[in-house]
Structure formats: C-alpha cells, structure tokens
Ligand binder design. Sequence first.
Ligand code: IMP
Ligand code: MG
Length: 176
Amino acid sequence: MKTLLSESQLRGGVDEMAQAITRRYGGNPLTIVAVMTGSLVLLADLIRQLNMPVRVSLIQASSYRGHTEPGQLWIRDDMMLDVTGRDVLVVDDIFDTGKTLQRVVECVGEMDPNSVSSAVLLHKEGRQQVALTPDFVAFRIPDEFVVGYGLDYQDLYRNLPYLAVLEPSEIEAETV
Ligand code: IMP
Ligand code: MG
C-alpha cells in the first residue's frame, strides 16, 4: 500500500485545522458532533488541540453503497447530546460526494442549534455532488480510495496510523 499522508503530516494538518477552528470560535464553548465511525481517530487528535470548553456528541451515518441506490443514507442519532442553542461543529473523516456531510448537517440543523459548521480531515477532489462545502478541511486529496487514520475498507484498516491508498487490485484481492 502506498502511503499518502504520514503520521507527522497528519499531525501537522490536524494541528493547523485546530488552529483555524480556534480562530473562528475563540474561547466560546463548542459542541462537536463526530460522524461515526470514520472520524474516531481524527476526533481524538483534534479535541486534544482545542482549548475552549468542548462537548463531544456522536452520530452515526452509513450509506448503503452497493446495496441500494447510491447516496441513500441511514442516520442514527440516539447518542446525540442536546444541542439546542449550541455552536456545533460536525466532524467527519472524508468529504467525497458530500451527501453524508450534507445529510448530517441538515439533521443537526433541525435540532435548534445556534450555529452549525463542519470540518473534515480529507476533501476528495472532483467528486462533489452537493452545494455544501466544509468550513474546515485539513487535506485535499486526489480521487483514490484511502484507508487508515479511521478510514476503512470493509471495516478494516481503521487502525493504521497513516493514510494509505488502497489500489483497485488490492481491493479485488481482499478476502479477509
Ligand atoms: P460521501 O457521502 O460520498 O461524501 O461519503 C462519505 C463517506 O464515504 C465517508 O464518511 C466514508 O465513510 C466513505 N468514503 C468515501 N471515500 C472513502 C475512501 O476513500 N476511503 C474510505 N471511506 C471512504
Ligand atoms: Mg464513514
């Protein structure tokens, strides 16, 4: 597997994104809504670089890719905190077509927050199908399938400390 972003590159990008978030919110309390499961590693690293009062809330989103129509989404919000009147930052691993983030931002917007913005580790170039753009992006990457640092292929590879490109041949050969 080819390494796309090393551990130290990831650390640098996440630190810069934390600084941008801090410039935006200052010392005001922030409620982070992390989209499970892909944003798990980013969440852990990001919140430790933020100094304002931070609440962490979880939401789960999965697309039924390959099973039904693409873009059809399933959202589970029973682990959400009450975000009424809060400034919310939705955090996800990757902005690909953008449908997941758009759906989650919409869903959180219906919960009466004071504001909703969004942050992603990765923005895959040339794939977007929605009008929304994330407010904070750590890295822009080419249109390749990546794993590691929370991102999976069939629920594997999330534990890789770096980000790697999974080649189409490796995807086909995968039998685990
Ligand atoms: P979107 O709704 O098309 O933006 O897709 C976002 C979701 O698709 C992410 O939260 C990931 O779970 C998954 N995804 C998209 N591209 C990749 C990739 O390159 N590697 C792993 N997961 C991906
Ligand atoms: Mg995901």
